[in-house]
Design a protein around this ligand. Structure first.
Ligand SMILES: [Cu+2]
Length: 129
């Protein structure tokens, strides 16, 4: 059995290469970034009404194509540490075909309303550290 040795050596070499390659793959793979948490803006309600995310993640509000009334997204109350609060409010209303996305870097509780329907349309975004 003179051939046994070279075959074993080749198998061993293959294993080493496979381990090395898998190591390279694992090292170069980046942690997948979570997609934005989606909130739909509907006639007279946000869905869902409560969203919890980790800081660094975004929330995307998408206006429903079934809407027949105008709505906006307005930050009524945010964390004290939050600067530039107005960035978290839309500047116009929309009925359909609109979206609004913001990334949340400051942990805390964010209370949003629609200024057209402030008593009906409310939602909360909780940002964890
Ligand atoms: Cu509204």
């Amino acid at each position: 059995m003179r051939r046994a040795k070279p075959i074993k050596a080749i198998i061993a070499a293959c294993c080493i290469v496979a381990v090395a390659l898998s190591g390279v793959t694992a090292a170069s793979a980046q942690a997948p970034k979570k997609p934005p948490a989606k909130v739909t803006v509907n006639d007279f309600y946000f869905a869902p009404t409560a969203v919890t995310i980790r800081k660094g993640r975004a929330v995307k509000w998408v206006w429903s194509s079934y809407n027949t009334y105008p709505h906006d997204v307005h930050l009524k109350q945010g964390p004290k540490a939050l600067k530039n609060k107005s960035r978290f409010s839309t500047t116009t209303t929309a009925v359909t075909d609109a979206h609004f996305q913001r990334t949340f870097e400051v942990p805390g509780t964010y209370k949003f309303i629609c200024t057209v329907h402030p008593s009906e349309m409310k939602m909360t975004v909780t940002v964890k550290k």
